[in-house]
Structures are given as structure tokens and as C-alpha cells.
Design a protein around this ligand. Structure first.
Ligand code: CP
Length: 328
């Protein structure tokens, strides 16, 4: 029997995204308690399998699984049989044979989690970032964070607002969009929720197929600042050749970085997000990273509740009602 997976934001659609955000609100309440652990996934086993570096995503998923009382196995690729030449398929089949319930995969190759989901019959696969393709849990936690901030401005319960706070909002995603899996997942999530998305980058850092993304495209960040409700800043993906697509870091910084001066041009109430890791002084000034309008630390905190929601929904199939009715 094939289990449900989270490979792309497209797996969810607008209603599915709102369900994750609402379940995550319930888990965020759990996170604020002294006793942060709930028995929802007691008896389940979750494995993380990261073929690329990570700080936030790995720690966040592992914390989320532990808070749900799942057992967590963390496969260190550097000390695994992958180093002896074992294929991805054989590694995954070994994990399946151990009776694990969910595997969280980060891989340098776009499509690796999709391929894994085809090989595995009895495990849920979660994409924790695949090449340039997608990073769905990051897109979800970014949407969760900005909805919470906008709901706070209006003093309303984010859960009650569904997707309505996104409607008509203008969201500018700036930086190395071509190599960014976060840009793809954010664009899919924000558009599904009803926002207008603008991609801002030099031509060399825009995806070749951006005309098919259903977004506006610009090279002029300054022209966007007065109308943006949210600026999502992305780093240059040096490990994927992003640095070679700009004449120099100084020029990229001059035209596309979020600087203190640019913060001054934002309209009242506008926010800045960054998925991390940040490279201060390149795509984001240190003063901006530490500005209260920049939500980067809140994004990391919220990542745990959102990933608890993803694991809970995939492994129990329970909706908000079930969670509130005794899942905790
Ligand atoms: N945002 C993000 O994916 O960070 P890590 O690479 O540290 O997991």
C-alpha cells in the first residue's frame, strides 16, 4: 500500500496548505507549554537521510518528530554504506526493511525524493530539499510565519483567516531564484493562497522557464519596495554556481541585496523573510537581519510546529478536528 508523501507544494493545493498551517497553529500552542511533548506519533519511527548539508531543516524535523513522541533515526551519509558504493535505491530499501514509517530526504539531485517515493511502498517520503527543485516544508513555514505576522497586525486568530490574508498581497522574492528550491516552493505556496508574486533578480539568476511560473518578473528591486507587503530574500547559491552568474558580489549587493537604506523605502507593515542560511553583507545587511521587521528567527522557531503538522498529517491522516479532539 502506498503511503502519502510530501514531495512538492503542488501535492497540497490551497486547502491542503491551509490545513497544514492550521494544524501547525495547534502545535505552536504545544510549543509554548512547559511540557512540549505530545504522544501523537508514539510507536512511529522517522528517519532523516541528508545527502547535503543542513542545520535548520534537519534539526527542525528531528525536534518535530521527538515532540510528537516518534523515535528518530538520523542516518549520517558520511559514515553509511553509501560511502562503500551502495545505491540510493538499496539504501532506501534497507530503511524500508527496518520498518520505518517516514523518511525525510535531502538530496542534491532534483527529483530524488520523487524517485524514492516510487521505490518505497510502505513509507511516507518527505522532500527536505532536492537540488534546484523544491523545499516544500520551507515554503509552508514561510507562509505560516507571514500569516501569523499579518494576523497579529489585525489582532485576529490566524486559524480563522484561512488564506484570506494572502489575497491581494504583493510578495517580492529577490536573489538567486534560478538555483533556489525555496523560490519554487514559496511561489507555489503564495500563489495557491492568493498572493501576487514578483521575482526580482538579474537575468542570469532567473529560471529559464519563469514565464511559465505565472508571476511578474523584474530586475529593479528599488521600484518594488514601496508596494511590497513581503520581501523574501534568497542567498546566492554558491554551491550550485550562483556566484558565477553575477559580475561580482559587490554588484549583486548594490542592486539586489536588502540593505538598511532599502528597509527605509518599505511601506509600513511590510516584512522581510530569509530561509537561511544568511550570508550577512552579501544578500542581506547585518542591520536588516537584526531588524524586528525581519522574521528570520521566527521562521526557524515556527519550522518545528509546521514540521510537526506535516509529520502528524502524513502519518495519521488526521485533520485539525481530530487533533483538537484528542490527538494531543
Ligand atoms: N533553510 C534551510 O533549508 O536551511 P538548512 O540548509 O540549514 O536546512
Amino acid at each position: 500500500m502506498n503511503k502519502p508523501h510530501l514531495l512538492s507544494i503542488n501535492d497540497l493545493g490551497r486547502d491542503g496548505i491551509v490545513e497544514v498551517l492550521n494544524v501547525a497553529e495547534s502545535f505552536a500552542e504545544v510549543e509554548r507549554r512547559t511540557m512540549k511533548k505530545v504522544p501523537a506519533l508514539k510507536g512511529k519511527v522517522v528517519a532523516t537521510l541528508f545527502f547535503e548539508e543542513s542545520t535548520r531543516t534537519r534539526l527542525s524535523f528531528e525536534t518535530a518528530a521527538k515532540r510528537l513522541s516518534a523515535d528518530v533515526l538520523s542516518l549520517s551519509v558520511a559514515s553509511s554504506s553509501v560511502k562503500k558504493g551502495e545505491s540510493l535505491k538499496d539504501t532506501l530499501k534497507t530503511i524500508e526493511a527496518l520498518g520505518i514509517d517516514a523518511v525525510i530526504i535531502r538530496h542534491r539531485s532534483s527529483g530524488a525524493p520523487l524517485q524514492a517515493s516510487r521505490w518505497l511502498e510502505d513509507i511516507s517520503v518527505i522532500n527536505a530539499g532536492d537540488g534546484w527543485h523544491e523545499h516544500p516544508s520551507q515554503g509552508l513555514l514561510d507562509a505560516f510565519t507571514v500569516r501569523q505576522a499579518w494576523a497579529g497586525d489585525l489582532n485576529v486568530d490566524p486559524k480563522e483567516t484561512g488564506a484570506e490574508l494572502f489575497e491581494g498581497k504583493r510578495i517580492v522574492i529577490v536573489g538567486d531564484i534560478a538555483h533556489s528550491r525555496v523560490a519554487r516552493s514559496e511561489t507555489l505556496a503564495y500563489k495557491a493562497l492568493g498572493a501576487d508574486v514578483v521575482l526580482c533578480a538579474p537575468a542570469t539568476l532567473l529560471p529559464k522557464d519563469s514565464v511559465n511560473w505565472g508571476v511578474e518578473v523584474t530586475h529593479d528591486l528599488d521600484a518594488e519596495l514601496g508596494s511590497a507587503d513581503l520581501v523574501s530574500v534568497l542567498r546566492l547559491q554558491a554551491e550550485r554556481g550562483g556566484g558565477e552568474c553575477v559580475p561580482s558580489l559587490r554588484e549583486f549587493n548594490a542592486d539586489f541585496a536588502m540593505t538598511e537604506k532599502r528597509m527605509g523605502a518599505l511601506k509600513a507593515g511590510a516584512r522581510v523573510t530569509h530561509p537561511g542560511p544568511m550570508v550577512r553583507g552579501v544578500e542581506i545587511a547585518s542591520e536588516v537581519a537584526d531588524d524586528p521587521r525581519c522574521l528570520v528567527t521566527t521562521q526557524v522557531t515556527n519550522g518545528v510546529a509546521v514540521r510537526m503538522a506535516v509529520l502528524y498529517l502524513l502519518l495519521t491522516g488526521g485533520g485539525t478536528q481530530e487533533l483538537e479532539g484528542g490527538g494531543k
